[in-house]
Unconditional design. Structure first.
Length: 214
């Protein structure tokens, strides 16, 4: 009888092990599926498109935002931009007021349409994505910790924008937190203010702006 108990025990153990293995492989699949937000690159250094970014955290929409004085004869159709960030980085920001390594932020442009369905005035976003750019924090990979990639067409791989391009200097000089424009992301600005993570450049600029009464 004793050996029989052992056999049964062994069988139970095997069954439990099998169950555990099956469960583990299921969970690791789920983790893989959820972690597509992790930045990935081709051998030549292009960035793979962040596939499901439309399911990430929506930070803000701008319409016709322009950081330069408007030049005469400039094209006159309106454009929306939408900014998204991967959920892991967003949750970390809520705790710390700044971005963790492997943060991926996406900005996409969509044409502002006005004629359609029951709309009488104002603008709504048209279906097609006109352009897409990514700001990614990958500390071991990029000398300045962050890099920009341009996705043109939006469905293809992203091309690295070289350090020294105006993208970097404007973001460093004017962005509120860690070279990102948190001053325009309404759910994040109060967090960064409370945690004291606003950049000196931004605070100085704000002080000058309020002194000038703007
Ligand atoms: C003169 C300043 C300026 C320049 C130059 C600039 N940006 Fe930005 N960028 C902004 C502002 C302002 C926002 C906030 C947009 C919003 O609120 O919708 C922004 C937001 C972004 C975001 C969203 C994530 C973040 O960092 O806040 C990305 C991605 C981005 N820009 C990419 C680029 C790329 C790529 C270039 C160069 C081709 C570039 N930017 C050049 C001012 C600039």
């Amino acid at each position: 009888m004793y050996p029989k108990v052992l056999v049964v025990l062994a069988a139970v153990c095997l069954a439990v092990t099998l169950l555990a293995v099956t469960f583990a492989s299921h969970t690791s699949k789920a983790v893989l599926a959820a972690s597509t937000a992790t930045p990935a690159y081709t051998e030549s250094g292009d960035m793979l498109p962040p596939g499901d970014y439309r399911g990430w955290i929506f930070l803000s929409s701008g319409i016709d935002m322009n950081y330069f004085p408007k030049a005469a004869g400039m094209e006159d159709h309106s454009t929306f931009d939408n900014v998204f960030v991967n959920p892991e980085a967003y949750r970390s920001f809520l705790n710390t007021g700044t971005w963790p390594d492997k943060t991926v932020m996406v900005i996409e442009g969509r044409e502002a349409a006005s004629k359609g369905s029951i709309n009488k005035s104002g603008h709504f976003q048209s279906g097609g994505v006109m352009g897409m750019e990514v700001h990614v924090k990958d500390e071991a990979r990029f000398p300045g910790k962050w890099a920009f990639f341009s996705f043109d067409p939006p469905s293809g791989n992203g091309t690295l924008i070289p350090q020294g391009a105006p993208c970097y200097s404007c973001h460093v000089a004017h962005a509120a937190v860690d070279t990102t424009f948190v001053q325009f992301y309404p759910t994040l600005l109060p967090v960064a203010t409370a945690k004291g993570t606003l950049s000196k450049a931004f605070l100085d600029e704000e002080a000058a702006r309020s002194a000038a009464g703007k």
